[in-house]
Design a protein around this ligand. Structure first.
Ligand code: GRF
Length: 195
């Protein structure tokens, strides 16, 4: 990985509110990549940011993860990407991505990792009856919701919270924390461990 990080790609699958927050905070995004149609694609186009839809459903009924990841790597090369920020990206990618971009793939997860890994982090925190949960920005590795933690912020669980209300309160925090961490990395204020 190069020492100076210049070109950031953001990977999304859903609402893309974290991606929108990055743009609104002035984070320079060189490429938006989505694995399914979603609002973020339109938003990127409106902002003049290159946006690519690489539909996972086009990669076979049993999903050819290796071929899909290879296509992603080709696209990242084409756009000279040197840092990836996953923001609600729902496809697990092959190890080849993590080897090529070792230490350069970031993720945000809606819990205080290592607590509540997986797709149901907010539900699991509620069910566990914790009084606080939060979000974690971390370096992604082939192991899901693992890897060195870059930043964490806690969020209280309030009486009457549902998965939706709690997740939205967590996302408000993510939308401030993730752009701040990215800005530090892109400006060189923060150095990633492997750079
Ligand atoms: C975030 O809470 C993120 O932690 C999780 O998915 C959510 C994405 O939200 N992995 P959005 O699509 O950015 O609104």
């Amino acid at each position: 990985m190069p020492n100076i990080i210049q070109n950031l790609a953001v990977f999304v699958s859903g609402t893309g509110s974290n991606f929108k927050a990055m743009i609104e905070a002035g984070v320079p995004v060189a490429l938006l990549l989505a694995d399914r149609p979603c609002d973020a694609l339109q938003f990127a186009k409106e902002k003049g940011i290159p946006a690519i839809l690489l539909e996972r459903k086009e990669f076979g009924t049993s999903f050819n993860r290796g071929a899909y990841t290879a296509r992603i790597l080709e696209t990242l090369r084409e756009y000279r990407i040197d840092l990836v920020a996953m923001a609600g990206f729902m496809t697990i990618l092959d190890v080849s991505l993590f080897e090529t971009y070792e230490g350069g793939i970031l993720n945000t997860h809606p819990s205080l990792l290592p607590l509540f890994k997986g797709d149901h982090a907010v539900r699991d925190a509620l069910r566990a009856g914790v009084i606080e949960t939060g979000c974690t920005i971390h370096i992604a590795t082939p192991k899901l919701d693992d890897g060195p933690i870059l930043a964490q912020k806690s969020v209280p669980v309030l009486p009457g919270d549902t998965v939706e209300t709690l997740h939205e309160r967590i996302k408000e925090v993510e939308r401030a924390l993730y752009p701040a961490v990215l800005k530090e990395i892109l400006s060189g204020v923060r150095t990633l461990p492997s750079h």
